[in-house]
Design a protein around this ligand. Structure first.
Ligand code: AMP
Length: 367
C-alpha cells in the first residue's frame, strides 16, 4: 500500500459531497470543525447542507458540465445518499478521488447485489430470491413460502417500494404494485429487535466500529435509537464482527451502516447497508469521543481514525414534521442535545431534526 495510491487529504482541502440533506449538512459541519472546506452538489434549491458549506452547486446529478466543474474544485468526492447515477460517479472518478469507491455504492444501490455480497461473505440474511417477472415471483413464493416481502432492487428506502405478500394469491397484485420493477423476494424474519452497526474504515486499513444500537421504527421510518442495545454481549460481538468483515471485504474507504434483525431464536440477520453516515448513528455525535460524521471525514481523508468509545448511554429520537415545534420543551431537559436541520417546511413524516438524550456513564463507573 503506497502513499500515492491512498493520498491523505489534509485539512484546508476541499471535500465534495453529493447530496445536500441533513447527512450532508452534519458532514459539512464536522468537516469545518477539522478545517476543511466543503462543496455540496445537490439538485434541490435550499438544501439543508447549502447553509453550512462554503460552496454549493445546484444542478442535476447528470449535468456533465456541472459535474466537471465540481470535480475541478474538490480534492475528494463522497456522497451522503446512495441513489447517485453510476455514470456520474464514473465521470467524477475519472477526474478526482471518489471515496467510498463506485463498487461499494453500486452494491448498496441494488438489493440483489447487496444480499449476494452478504451471502458470499458468510453473513446470514433472510432467505431471498431475485425476481424479474411474475413467473420468477411465483416460483420464489413457492420456495420461500408466505408471508414474504417483495422489494424493488433499486430506489427503496424507509419502507418505500416494498409490499408484504401474505398468500400466494396476492402475487399478481404485489407485482403490479411495485410497477413490475426488478425486485427481490425475502422471507419475513420473526425478529425481537432491530439493531445497527456502524463501522469506519480508512484507505490505510484502520477499522473502527461503534457500539451496536437498537432501533425502533414507526411507519417504516426510524423513530428512536437506543444505546446500548438490549442484546447479549455475544450477540453484540457477532453484529460488530459482521460489520468489520463487511468493511474489509468491500475495501471500504468511508463509513458503513448495516441494519440487522435479531431473530426470536437469537440469530443476527443482515437486512441492508448504507455506505454513508446513518440516521441510527446520530447518537454517536453526543455520546462518543468521535461521532460518526467526524469519523467519516477522517476515513475519506485517510487520517487516523478517532476513538469511537462511548462515554454515555443515549436515546436518539427523530423529530418529524411539526414535532420540532416542541423545541423549547425539549431544551427544558438540560441533558438533551437538539439538532435541527434548518428545513423550512415541516411536512408530515419529514425529518426536521433529532434530539439525543444523554445518560452519562461516568456516574456509575466512579462508584
Ligand atoms: P428496509 O427498507 O429493507 O429497511 O425495510 C424497512 C423495514 O421493514 C425494516 O426496518 C423492517 O422493520 C421491515 N422488514 C424489511 N425486511 C424484512 C424482512 N425480511 N422480515 C421482516 N421485516 C422486514
Amino acid at each position: 500500500m503506497t502513499q500515492t495510491s491512498h493520498p491523505v487529504i489534509a485539512p484546508g482541502s476541499t471535500i465534495g459531497i453529493l447530496g445536500g440533506g441533513q447527512l450532508g449538512r452534519m458532514t459539512a459541519l464536522a468537516a469545518a470543525q477539522m478545517g476543511y472546506r466543503c462543496h455540496i452538489f445537490c439538485p434541490e434549491a435550499g438544501s439543508p447542507a447549502f447553509a453550512v458549506a462554503e460552496t454549493h452547486t445546484q444542478a442535476a446529478y447528470d449535468d456533465n458540465d456541472a459535474l466537471d466543474a465540481f470535480a475541478a474544485d474538490v480534492d475528494v468526492v463522497t456522497f451522503e445518499f446512495e441513489n447517485i447515477p453510476a455514470a456520474s460517479v464514473a465521470r467524477l472518478a475519472a477526474q478526482t478521488l471518489v471515496r467510498p469507491s463506485w463498487k461499494v455504492l453500486e452494491t448498496a444501490q441494488d438489493r440483489v447485489l447487496e444480499k449476494t455480497f452478504f451471502t458470499e461473505i458468510g453473513a446470514p440474511t433472510a432467505p431471498w430470491r431475485p425476481v424479474n417477472d411474475i413467473t420468477t415471483l411465483n416460483a420464489a413464493i413457492a420456495e420461500l413460502g408466505t408471508p414474504c416481502i417483495l422489494k424493488t432492487r433499486h430506489l427503496g428506502y424507509d419502507g418505500k417500494g416494498q409490499i408484504r405478500i401474505n398468500h400466494p394469491d396476492e402475487a399478481a397484485t404485489a407485482w403490479t404494485s411495485i410497477a413490475e420493477a426488478p425486485a427481490i423476494l425475502e422471507g419475513v424474519v420473526s425478529f425481537s429487535r432491530e439493531i445497527s452497526a456502524i463501522v469506519a474504515r480508512s484507505p490505510r486499513g484502520e477499522v473502527n466500529t461503534f457500539d451496536i444500537a437498537e432501533n425502533a421504527h414507526v411507519n417504516h421510518i426510524l423513530d428512536t435509537t437506543r444505546v446500548p442495545a438490549q442484546i447479549s454481549q455475544e450477540q453484540a460481538e457477532r453484529a460488530a464482527a459482521i460489520a468489520h468483515h463487511a468493511a474489509v471485504s468491500l475495501n471500504l474507504q468511508g463509513i458503513l451502516a448495516i441494519e440487522m434483525f435479531v431473530s426470536h431464536d437469537g440469530r443476527i440477520l443482515v437486512n441492508e447497508m448504507a455506505p454513508r453516515p446513518h440516521n441510527s448513528g446520530h447518537w454517536t455525535m453526543d455520546a462518543c469521543i468521535t461521532g460518526q460524521f467526524e469519523q467519516f471525514i477522517r476515513a475519506i481523508c485517510n487520517l487516523r481514525l478517532g476513538s469511537s468509545e462511548r462515554h454515555s448511554n443515549a436515546e436518539m429520537k427523530n423529530l418529524l414534521g411539526h414535532s420540532i415545534d416542541g423545541w423549547a420543551e425539549i431544551l427544558s431537559d438540560p441533558k438533551t442535545k437538539l439538532h435541527l436541520y434548518g428545513k423550512t417546511e415541516p411536512r408530515d413524516g419529514r425529518k426536521m431534526g433529532h434530539v439525543t438524550r444523554i445518560f452519562p456513564r461516568w456516574k456509575n463507573e466512579a462508584k
